[in-house]
Design a protein around this ligand. Structure first.
Ligand code: HEC
Length: 192
């Protein structure tokens, strides 16, 4: 009897402790984790792109975007967050948005038209799919001046040729500074 009581007493604080620090089902914690992952992702991409463009020009930059973007995505995918980049006018066919991502990107475009600050556009929700919860976060990616070398109307010398070889279905040109180039996506499957 004594032994049983002790067991029960030990069990209760243990469960309490677990509930208090269960970050996976906590929206605030998921939001914070998503933002941190995306920041790390964006910073790595930008740093590698800058280095490549400084040493080899925009054509070398294309190679970084092509081969490194995916590797960096995988590296940055920590804390169970799946990271990706999507766009309504994607360059890589793998970066085409699915239906909920398309709806969010379209909503970002509407908010931009209504005068919202593109750098601040973000969205999140937790959905139930067949009894499993999933946390989803998206953040708009604004087009900066430097992006126009490979995403603008007048591309940097040599870039157009490389792009048409690598991405015959490229839709990601003709952007202007301040346009929404796409969005970062972070998805985390939540434990039941
Ligand atoms: C040196 C050329 C180059 C520059 C400069 C560049 N990009 Fe890209 N971008 C690419 C290439 C190539 C891809 C396709 C990458 C892949 O295959 O996944 C790409 C893909 C993307 C994607 C993924 C969606 C898609 O269209 O496939 C986003 C978002 C993006 N770029 C945003 C930007 C932003 C924002 C900037 C400026 C900060 C920028 N890029 C600057 C070449 C460039």
């Amino acid at each position: 009897m004594k032994k049983l009581l002790l067991g029960v007493c030990l069990l209760i604080p243990a469960l309490d402790g677990r509930a208090a620090q269960a970050p996976d089902t906590d929206t605030e914690a998921n939001l914070a984790a998503a933002k941190i992952s995306i920041q790390a992702f964006a910073a790595s991409l930008q740093a590698e792109l800058k280095t490549a463009m400084q040493s080899g020009g925009p054509v070398a930059g294309v190679a970084v975007c092509k081969t490194r973007a995916m590797e960096i995505t995988v590296q940055a995918a920590n804390a169970g967050m799946d990271l990706s980049r999507v766009s309504l006018r994607n360059r890589n066919p793998d970066n085409a948005p699915n239906s909920w991502q398309t709806a969010v990107l379209q909503d970002f475009e509407r908010q931009k038209l209504a005068g919202e600050d593109v750098t601040a556009l973000a969205w999140s929700e937790t959905v139930d799919i067949d009894g499993n919860s999933e946390f989803r976060f998206m953040k708009a990616i604004p087009t900066a001046e430097v992006c126009l070398k490979c995403h603008g109307s007048t591309l940097a010398p040599g870039v157009g040729k490389v792009l048409s070889e690598l991405y015959p279905q490229d839709k990601a040109t003709g952007y202007k500074k301040g346009d929404i180039r796409g969005a970062f996506v972070a998805v985390r499957k939540l434990p039941n």
